[in-house]
Design a protein around this ligand. Sequence first.
Ligand SMILES: NC(=O)c1ccc[n+]([C@@H]2O[C@H](COP(=O)([O-])OP(=O)(O)OC[C@H]3O[C@@H](n4cnc5c(N)ncnc54)[C@H](OP(=O)(O)O)[C@@H]3O)[C@@H](O)[C@H]2O)c1
Length: 242
Amino acid sequence: MDRIVLITGASRGLGFELAKRFVAAGDIVYGFSRTEKHWKTAGRSLPDANFRLIRCDLTSGRNILSALRKITKSHKRIDILVNNAGYCGRLARVEQTCADELEKHLRQNLMTAFLMCKYVMPGMRTSGQPLIINVSSMAGTRAVPRLFPYSASKFGVLALSQAIAKENEGAALKCITVCPGGMNTQMRQDLFGKEDADRQQKPDFVADVIDRIVQGRIEVLSGGHIVIRHGRITGIYPPPAA
Ligand SMILES: NC(=O)c1ccc[n+]([C@@H]2O[C@H](COP(=O)([O-])OP(=O)(O)OC[C@H]3O[C@@H](n4cnc5c(N)ncnc54)[C@H](OP(=O)(O)O)[C@@H]3O)[C@@H](O)[C@H]2O)c1
């Protein structure tokens, strides 16, 4: 398809599954991650010149701008931005949660998505069909006990998408939110252990749904969100017109 796609957190998990689908569709995919730890494995299963990983810690605006310069040297526009990178700390009740932990979640999940949108959006204006996909969570639609900082940051991601959609009403730019339930990835394993992670839906399924949204086979209106749980789409908000 020749689109220029940028995915944060593309070295493993959902981000990597998404990268595979865009590359298979013929797009040029740039992926950001903080470390090179998973690049070898990623490169082995996706040895394609159209998948380019760049080191970038998204918590720094300066890092983001310098990573974006590496892309804009070769391309005049970005067509699709997927804000997928995320962080989830330890389980704790509200009264046992330190302020630092709340701050860290807001910085890692909300500030990163905000900075990416802020800096990438101007470069999307020349695209024919610019699209921003922000990955939140089911925990970003209703609070999960002992995960308040994570939930709060992911509720914020939903607000970010809605604000962008409203500010761009009538323009070509669309912005939607994807809210997966538990997925079998490193993040889930770190939080609840391997046995629990093995029982969760595969990131492949969530990536397939996102792929169908991008292809226009599933309709999610700009500013809307989709919930994907236990390997099923459990809701699209607002519901598409009948
Ligand atoms: N897994 C679940 O059960 C679940 C459920 C609902 C929603 N989600 C959401 O889905 C998204 C993907 O999750 P996942 O489970 O695939 O995560 P994952 O397996 O932990 O992968 C996270 C990816 O993000 C990168 N990353 C993390 N922080 C970063 C930062 N500050 N700067 C740059 N890259 C960063 C990681 O690479 P480095 O470590 O090298 O930076 C990695 O590539 C997240 O937004 C998550 O909150 C996950």
